[in-house]
Design a protein around this ligand. Sequence first.
Ligand SMILES: Cc1ncc(C[n+]2csc(CCOP(=O)(O)OP(=O)(O)O)c2C)c(N)n1
Ligand SMILES: [Mg+2]
Length: 315
Amino acid sequence: MTATETTPDAGNRSAIEWKLYANMLTTRLFEEALVRWEHEGKMSAQTFPSKGQEAIAIGCCLALERGDAVIPSFRTRGAMVAMGVSVAEQLREFVHSPLAAGDSRDAPHHASWPERGVMPGSTMIGGHLAMAAGLALAMHLERKGEVSLAFFGDGTLGSGDLHEAMHVAGIWKLPLILVCENNGWEMATPWQKVRKTQSLIPYAEPFGFATRGVDGNDALEVYNAARWARATALNGQAVFLDCMTFRAGLYSSHFGEVRGGIENDLAQWEKRDPLKRMAEWLIGNELASAEELERLSQQEQQRIEDAFNSVRSEG
Ligand SMILES: Cc1ncc(C[n+]2csc(CCOP(=O)(O)OP(=O)(O)O)c2C)c(N)n1
Ligand SMILES: [Mg+2]
C-alpha cells in the first residue's frame, strides 16, 4: 500500500499539519459516502459518523510510533485512516467482501488490522478498555517502549470496565493512554443528567493518571497532547486525555439525530469545525490555497467512489 492510497496527496507533503488535514478530509468524505450508500440501499452496514470529532482520533494516531497499539471506539474511523488502513480495505468490511481482513465477521467500526496496530474494539461500551489495559501490561512486561492507546466516548463513564482499567493502569504504572471523546452526550442523554462535571479528569486523577484537558477540535493541539502523553506513559505514568468536542453529525446512519434542541449548540460548534480550522491554518501559513484544497476534496471524493466500485466488484 502506498501513502497516497490512504491520504490524498499527503504522501509528498511532509508537514504534520498537511497529514492532519488530509486524514481528516478522507475521514469526513468517506463517512459521508458511507451514510449515503447505506441510505441509497447499496449496502446495509451501519456507520457512526465522527463529523466534528475527527481531530481526536487522527491527532492521536499520527503521534504514535511503530509497535504502538490503538483500540478504536465505535466513532473513530479516523484512527483506521491515520494508522494506514486504506479506504478499500475498510470498505471490504462494510460490504462483506471475501477479501475482508477479518472475513467481515466483525462490525466494520471495530474491524481490526493488528499488523498495523489497529486492535479490535467492542460493541459493549467500555469492553475494549480492559483489552487496552491488557495490551499495556504486555508491553510493560516486555519493556519494548510501546504504548497502548484507547478511544472511548464520555458515555463510557457508567461502564465498570473504564474504572477497572484505570485502577490497574494507574497502580501498575502501565503505558496506557486513555483518550475520551468528550462530546457532552451519551447517545440522547446530555452530560448534566449523568455526572457533576463535563470533564472526566476528576474521575481519572485519583487513579494516579497524568491528565490533560484538550481542545478536541484543534488537530494540532491534540497531536501535541498525544506526543506528550506517549512520553509520559513510557516514563511510568498512565495518561488520560480529556478531549472536548461536539458531534456535528448523526448518532448513526440507522438512528439519525437523537438529541433534541441542539440547534444553537450545533451552530456554535460548526464555527469550530476541526477540518475547517486546519484548512484555515494551512491557507494562513501559505502552505495551501483555497483552490488547491477544493481540488483535493474533489479528487478525494472520486477516489472514494472508485474504491467502492472496485471493492463491490470483488465478490
Ligand atoms: C454496555 C453497553 N451499554 C449500552 C450500550 C448502548 N449504547 C451504544 S452507544 C451508547 C452511548 C455511548 O455514549 P458515548 O460513548 O458518549 O457516545 P456518543 O453518543 O457521544 O457518540 C450506548 C448507551 C452499549 N453498546 N453497550
Ligand atoms: Mg458522548
